[in-house]
Design a protein around this ligand. Sequence first.
Ligand code: GRF
Length: 208
Amino acid sequence: MTKIAVLVSGGGTNLQALLDAQARGDIPNGEIAVVVSNVPGAYALERAAKAGVEDITVRKKDYPDTAAFCAALVEELQKRDIGLVVLAGFLSILDEHFVRCFENRIINIHPSLIPAFCGKGFYGLTVHERALERGVKVTGATVHFVNEGADEGPIILQKAVDILPGDTPEVLQKRVMEQAEWKLLPQAVALFCQGKLKVEGRRVDILP
Ligand code: GRF
């Protein structure tokens, strides 16, 4: 059984998708063991509590620097024997030490089709604003492993979502979540927990 930690900073709709998938039995061999927020009072924490999952808050400003903050996170996760870290709208940068401690065991969801509209500064509504400005007709979401580069890690799953006339960033964000993010993230987590993801350099093979 893989013990899963979900790291959040905000509303936690992706966390909810994971909790719902778990309740349906769609994450065999996986158990969401803890939800970690870097933002006190984030609504995601309430979702965890309602589902009976332990939640903790680790604030960056309680530590002298990023390294100390990340070391504290690693300690909390290792203490709980966490085998998979899921970033579900976690808005703090994780340092190299953290990434090395959980190499190929950190999964992130990004609201575009990487390598479009990703990298430094591309988060939240900005991603959708840029896609609309550029006039692309299709966007989507990507689940990928996290390495040292911003949105650079091996891609696990992607799903395309149409952009429609009259879309605003908010409308598009909601469609990308409903049609792609909330489906892809639980799928990727389930595949990981079943040992079906094989990383080959920058490519991920999905085993039958
Ligand atoms: C999602 O759009 C996700 O792709 C991005 O941050 C947002 C988090 O939303 N990384 P929520 O907190 O899961 O509702």
